[in-house]
Structures are given as structure tokens and as C-alpha cells.
Write a protein that binds this ligand. Structure first.
Ligand code: GLA
Length: 391
């Protein structure tokens, strides 16, 4: 990201080049394994990416907040008393959700001039929204000197903003990974207790490649909420047999014995995915500890299969992209990552076949879907922070 260029755009919008804005950054994330487990009180294993959202912010001395982005044409000014209303389906609902949460905590906001700029592909399932939320939360907490708020408080606040303001009942994984990311480490998080460990990622001879289906993710929010409800339904069926509050409370062995208590085959499949995926995260962490990358890759493949057959959140494009990847010699694991319904896959590819991988998978995928995919090298990076600029 060219920061000088961003400063120029900021001054072109808001004037007064003698008063420099402060600069904040929040990354996107890729989840290695543990999909649709977070809102079920399960385990996840995401990491923060090198891509993310920059925010330039400066007090305006007026009673309005001015929003602009280099990624979207939509710009607006919102009075401090009007931030509880959503603006259609616009990107500003993410920062507005954060401000709405702060207001509920009786924080008195001030007027600001803000310019956002992101290099995370939009709508790709790499958490561009959590990144906008976290960069806003962290920037506001810093400029308003709310030192009592920890990064973890901001993570929870951002999740609440997405649940209550944006209306997606997401779990905590994205905001957590974006806030707490550690370079070259995955975050092994228990979403029930919020205890976590950082796990070093040593990929000797391998590279993580993200592949984007470039398929628009229509209705992702409503289908996502539908899965959340199906999991809650599974809990109500199982609860009389083994008391549980979330699917993450029981092991696969326990589930296996009582699964017939769920009369609805669809709901049973949803539960099977969540509970088996939880076990796969635990197995994946132990593979990483042993340096067993092949074992880790096999778990990625199994995760995709379950997301396709039991959870049904993949679809033709994601399945094709994964199948094409798995055909390539030197690919030891491939799966969809994020919520699904389009978006990206994550692939563990031997270094010396990366070029060929992109070519073969690119051609194979395009032949079958008519869409060109995009590939990115994932560099595992640090979480949300301020970027200090020397004058
Ligand atoms: C989205 C949500 C997360 C998580 C994933 C699926 O990214 O925001 O909370 O549920 O989907 O694992």
C-alpha cells in the first residue's frame, strides 16, 4: 500500500495538509481449519494475512463523521446523533455498527474525517468486513484514549456490531483473528472459553496459496443465519439425552451414539459436520506440533468434504476449485475457507509446483466455470495496530 498516495487522497478530500491524520491497519484473515465451529462453541485455527484495511483518521472539530473509501464510490457524512440508523447495504454500516456499540457504552463520540483503503479482495471470505470493523474500533479507542479497552474487548465489540447492527449472527473467529493475529503463527482458539494458543506455522518446503473463485456471494448472510438456526435446533434435539448448550460441548463419540435422536436428516448432517470439524481442529494442531504436514493436509481435504456434503456451504465453484487443486501433484491439502457460498479456498502446495499449480488450476477451473480465479500467497502476519509515520 502506498501511504503517501493515501495521504494525498485524504488531503484532496478533506484539505488542510498541515494536519496529518493518524494511520491504523487491520488485516484480513484466512482460516486454516475449523469452519462453522465458532458460533457452536468449538475450535478454530485462523491466521491474520498481510492484506488488510488502512484507516486515516483526523478529528474534524465538527459534529459530523465523514466517511470515504478508496474501494467504494459511496461516501457520506453522518451527524453524531444519527449513527444508529443503517445506510442501505453500504460499507459504512461496518464502521457505523462500531460507533453504535460505543454509544451504547455511553462513549461520547467526536467528529472525524476518515478515509478507508483496503487491499483484501471484497466478498472473498477473507474477512474484509471484520477488518473494517476492527480498524475502526481500534482507531476510535486509540484517538478517544479509551485505554481501559483491551484488544479482546474490541474483538467482542466488533462481533456485537456485526450481530446487532449488520444483522449477521457470526461467531467470534474473524474479529479475533484480525485483532490478535501473530506473524508466522496460527491462533488456536476455543470459542467457548476464548482461551487460545499461538501455534508456529513452519511450512518447510510448502506454501499456503489462497485461490479466489471470484464468484459473487449472493444471499450469504441469510444462508449463514439459516445454518446458525439449524445448529441450535440440533442442540434442542440432543439436549434431553446429554445436557448441552452448544454442539461444541460434545465429542464425536458422544454424538455418534445419540445422533438418531435428531429426527431431521438435514439437521443431523449439520451437527455431524460441526462436531467432526471440531475433532479435526484438535487433530490438525497435533499434526502441526509433530511437523506432520501431510496429516494436516489430509484433514484440510476431509474438512472440505464435510462442508460440501454435510454442511452444504460450498457450491459448484468452490468444489471445482478444490477438485482441480487436489489433482495437482504436490498439493497436500485444499479446502474452502470462511463462510462458504463462494469466496476462497486455501491450499497447501509444495514450493516447486506453485507456478504450475496456478496455471493448471486456473485453466481447469475456468474451463468448467467460465470464471478466471485469482491466486494469492498467504503471508501470516500481525493483527490490528497503529502505523506510526515519521514526519
Ligand atoms: C464467517 C463468520 C465466522 C465463521 C465463518 C465460518 O467468516 O464471520 O464467524 O463462522 O464464517 O467458519
Amino acid at each position: 500500500m502506498n501511504l503517501n498516495n493515501l495521504f494525498e487522497q485524504f488531503f484532496a478530500l478533506y484539505g488542510n495538509p498541515d494536519e496529518k491524520p493518524r494511520v491504523f491497519f487491520a488485516p484480513g484473515r484466512v482460516n486454516l481449519i475449523g469452519e462453522h465451529t465458532d458460533y457452536n462453541g468449538g475450535f478454530v485455527l485462523p491466521c491474520a494475512l498481510q492484506y488488510g484495511t488502512y484507516l486515516l483518521i483526523r478529528p474534524s472539530g465538527k459534529e459530523v463523521i465523514k466517511f470515504a473509501s478508496t474501494n467504494f464510490e459511496f461516501r457520506c457524512e453522518i451527524g453524531l446523533n444519527d449513527i444508529s440508523a443503517k445506510v442501505n447495504d453500504q460499507w459504512v454500516n461496518y464502521p457505523l455498527g462500531i460507533m453504535d456499540q460505543l454509544r451504547q457504552m455511553n462513549v461520547s463520540l467526536r467528529g472525524f474525517e476518515m478515509l478507508y483503503s483496503g487491499d483484501i479482495p471484497n466478498n472473498a471470505g477473507l474477512s474484509s468486513s471484520a477488518s473494517i470493523e476492527m480498524v475502526t474500533a481500534y482507531a476510535l479507542a486509540t484517538v478517544l484514549r479509551m485505554t481501559e479497552l483491551s484488544m479482546m474487548d474490541l474483538v467482542k465489540l466488533s462481533q456485537r456490531a456485526e450481530n446487532q447492527f449488520v444483522g449477521v449472527n457470526c461467531g467470534i473467529m474473524d474479529q479475533f483473528a484480525v485483532g490478535m493475529g501473530v506473524k508466522d503463527h496460527a491462533l488456536f482458539l476455543n470459542c467457548q472459553t476464548l482461551e487460545y494458543k499461538t501455534i508456529p506455522i513452519r511450512l518447510d518446503g510448502f506454501t499456503l496459496i489462497i485461490a479466489n473463485t471470484n464468484k459473487k456471494r449472493g444471499l450469504a448472510g441469510s444462508k449463514y443465519n439459516e445454518r446458525v438456526t439449524e445448529c441450535q435446533l440440533a442442540v434442542t434435539y440432543l439436549n434431553p439425552i446429554i445436557p448441552l448448550s452448544k454442539l461444541g460441548d460434545i465429542s464425536f463419540m458422544q454424538f455418534y451414539k445419540i445422533q438418531d435422536q435428531i429426527p431431521d436428516e438435514l439437521v443431523r448432517k449439520r451437527a455431524r459436520h460441526v462436531i467432526s470439524e471440531n475433532q479435526r481442529v484438535l487433530n490438525a494442531v497435533s499434526c502441526l506440533h509433530k511437523g506432520d504436514l501431510a496429516g494436516f493436509g489430509a484433514l484440510m481435504n476431509a474438512s472440505h468434504e464435510s462442508l460440501r456434503d454435510n454442511y452444504e456451504v460450498t457450491g459448484f465453484e468452490l468444489d471445482t476449485l478444490v477438485e482441480e487443486a487436489q489433482k495437482v501433484n504436490g498439493v497436500i491439502g485444499a479446502r474452502m475457507t470462511g463462510a462458504g457460498f463462494g469466496g476462497c479456498t486455501v491450499n497447501l502446495v509444495r514450493n516447486n509446483v506453485v507456478e504450475g499449480f496456478m496455471e493448471r488450476v486456473g485453466t481447469g477451473y475456468e474451463c468448467k466455470t467460465g470464471i478466471k480465479p485469482t491466486f494469492y500467497h498467504a503471508e501470516i502476519s500481525n493483527g490490528t495496530r497503529e502505523i506510526l509515520i515519521n514526519n
